[in-house]
Design a protein around this ligand. Structure first.
Ligand code: TYC
Length: 100
């Protein structure tokens, strides 16, 4: 900058970013029993019977639904727990992440 070059002003402060949030999505399929999906929602997302039933029916009718919104590591852990539990019980239930 000694020869007259001018610096471009940029942001002054380093702002710490909020940890990004991720939706955990449940996908519909034709084979997983409704009661199993309700059990999953109760067990891993701490829903009561009424809420779990509502979310399960939403997914059944619309194809996809939100189980919850969490920081990345927690969302990832929930997806793995659901997928492992479905596999252990030989159900094709699918669960995935999406940036909120
Ligand atoms: N469609 C399934 C059935 O009729 C029930 C179901 C609901 C499966 C939600 C998956 O995420 C799901 N047995």
């Amino acid at each position: 900058e000694g020869d007259g070059e001018v610096g471009v002003a940029t942001k002054t402060r380093a702002r710490p970013k909020k940890p990004s949030q991720f939706k955990v999505l449940m996908l519909n399929d034709d084979y997983t029993p409704m009661e199993f999906v309700v059990m999953v929602l109760k067990r891993f997302f701490h829903m009561d019977m009424e809420q779990a039933t509502r979310v399960m029916l939403h997914v059944h009718q619309r194809g996809v639904g939100v189980c919850g919104i969490f920081p990345y590591e927690i969302a990832e852990t929930k997806v793995n727990q659901v997928m492992d539990f479905a596999r252990q019980n030989q159900h094709p239930l699918q669960c995935t992440l999406e940036k909120a």
